[in-house]
Design a protein around this ligand. Sequence first.
Ligand SMILES: Nc1nc2c(ncn2[C@@H]2O[C@H](COP(=O)(O)OP(=O)(O)O)[C@@H](O)[C@H]2O)c(=O)[nH]1
Ligand SMILES: [Mg+2]
Length: 360
Amino acid sequence: MNIGIIGLPKAGKTTIFNALTGLEAEVAEYSSGKVEPNVAVVDVGDERVDRLSAMYQPRKTIYATTEFVDFVAASGSRNESGGIFSGEGIALVKNADALLVVLRNFKNATLSETWGAVNPVRDLGEIESELILADQVIAERRLERLEGDRKRGRKSPQSQAEEVVMQRVVTQLDGGGCIRDLTLSAEEEALLSGFRFLTAKPVLVVLNSDEDNYGTGAAVVAELETHYPVIEFAGNFEMELSRLDPEDAAAFMTDMGITESARTRLTGFAYRLLGYISFFTVGEDEVRAWTIRNGENAQEAAGTIHSDLAKGFIRAECFGYQELLDAGSEAAVKQKGHFRLEGKEYPVKDGDILHIRFNV
Ligand SMILES: Nc1nc2c(ncn2[C@@H]2O[C@H](COP(=O)(O)OP(=O)(O)O)[C@@H](O)[C@H]2O)c(=O)[nH]1
Ligand SMILES: [Mg+2]
């Protein structure tokens, strides 16, 4: 899973990136003009993997991973056309599976001069407009091209279908709507997927609060939640926490009423909302978590391990994580009759432990 972090300049994107990754990318009140993105791949903390690893004592333990890309705007102010996002910045998040929108919810006199008083709802609207604008540029250009081709007699069933759906996209964007809110057939989605439209991506909102106002903005959260799922972070504080050793961090977290690290909360939140689940492979050599979309079947799950496993798929040997925990050992799972053989179409469930039998 790849998550692109976006937001207004100085909303705390890099602060949140650091809190999530434990890295120390430059955080600044003034822009240094740096344009390279901050990118990090982090392990998805999962207690189940820890327990499986304790049980199997494998040589390697591998967690699922999430990649975070910290959107870096070219400057800390608006561009010539009054926009916020630079072309480079947008290119960086085009490939993201989801956008994490960071909204400023902390007071800062300098920032307020440029961006106005703290108002996350207004900021969200502004970001949404920018995303719509970015998609409009692409969709309109494409539509003109398709229309031009048609008038010159260059058309195919495919290009006609694309023109129809692209017209719907342009109408939606012109009306201030997002592409994700259109009802599209699988075929139409396929026609659009190559454009990687920003407003087609799922959005998660991070409300980046101060230590002082953390947990006090129920009304703002409720209003933001009418648009997107929201999670609140005390960005600065949690960035500091991510640099402490876990015991010290735990003490501070208890004081603030924070139960889990920013990374654990965010990845859990993202998995649930984006419809991801984990399955596991276990053995003496390796205990490993894999990420798939909820609803994917055993053959697709096999394909995430290796394409050969999907191609030569015979059966999946399968039992549940909880069944293993309850029984105490793999042998006991078998004795209880919970060890299953599943075919290609079996919809894999969160926490399934799979061993793929295959033949290539
Ligand atoms: N008080 C407070 N300041 C913050 C918080 N998050 C970020 N800042 C400050 O806001 C400024 C911009 O943060 P940065 O993460 O670089 O923003 P970016 O431009 O969105 O990447 C820095 O001076 C941060 O220290 C927060 O939660 N509380
Ligand atoms: Mg930054």
